[in-house]
Design a protein around this ligand. Structure first.
Ligand code: URA
Length: 249
């Protein structure tokens, strides 16, 4: 691998990944920035609960003909499951509607429910750093979740909730037509791939979304990485692998 630039090192530090550098090559100001950035990201982050595999349901909404505006409106008014009663607002998704990468997480948390945007809380800050570590800004990708509404008290999503919501995400995938999907965390991966396979067996190879044949790369959820920082390096490697598929680097 080519030597890590000071900027890359800052992002890797922000993710908590140690990079070996000769002491006489460390720029004092780069080290100070990295330390401050890393500290602020780490302090902003907190674990989020894991959720079980969702089972597909019946009576799903047909949104297959909707454009972006129509889909957004349909999601905003959705009352298909009981989560509409406790949400502040739906969390549709954000980013470049022609992005090459679609990031799919699990469900909005308290910050996302308040702001109406996915991954704006503590885990989101780490997700941003992870993307930056492979040269991507948040604005260059599209970010969405399996669920558009926050489960109260961050409880696990129920199978019927995920089943009701999945057509919205599938339509987003059809509209974006990304080169690949990054599934962050076990729940997103298993729901997208409709399987029970453990996350560690899904990582490291190219999976495929059945309905659109979109390649899927599976990696750790940023909230998990906060609890298990030793795995941040593996997450970085997953994203490098993903990048190699889309850029050939
Ligand atoms: N965790 C997720 O999976 N999605 C979010 O939007 C925020 C936290």
């Amino acid at each position: 691998m080519s030597p890590v630039t000071p900027q890359q090192r800052r992002y890797l530090d922000a993710m908590g990944i140690d990079v070996w550098v000769r002491r006489d090559q460390v720029l004092p100001e780069a080290a100070a920035v990295a330390q401050a950035e890393s500290a602020s990201i780490e302090s902003a982050l907190a674990p989020e609960p894991a959720v079980p595999l969702e089972a597909p349901g019946e009576g799903l909404p047909d949104v297959s003909e909707l454009d972006w505006d129509g889909l957004r409106q349909r999601v905003a008014g959705c009352r298909l499951c009981e989560l509409h009663q406790s949400r502040t607002q739906t969390v549709f998704g954000v980013g470049d509607q022609q992005a090459r990468w679609l990031i799919v997480g699990e469900a909005p948390g308290v910050d996302e429910d308040r702001q109406g945007e996915p991954f704006v809380g503590r885990a989101g800050k780490l997700l941003n750093a992870m993307l930056q570590a492979v040269g991507l800004s948040r604005e260059q990708v599209y970010i969405a979740n399996i669920l558009k509404c926050r489960p109260p008290n961050n409880r696990d999503p129920r199978p019927e909730e995920a089943a009701c919501c999945f057509p919205y995400l599938r339509r987003q995938i059809e509209l974006i037509q990304p080169d690949l999907i990054i599934a962050v965390g076990r729940i997103a991966a298993q729901r997208l791939l409709d399987c029970n396979t453990p996350l560690n067996r899904l990582r490291g190879s190219v999976q495929q979304l059945e309905s659109t044949a979109t390649p899927v790369i599976v990696t750790y959820h940023p909230a998990y990485l906060l609890r298990s920082p030793a795995d941040k390096r593996k997450a970085w490697e997953d994203l490098l692998f993903a990048r190699s598929l889309t850029t050939g680097e």
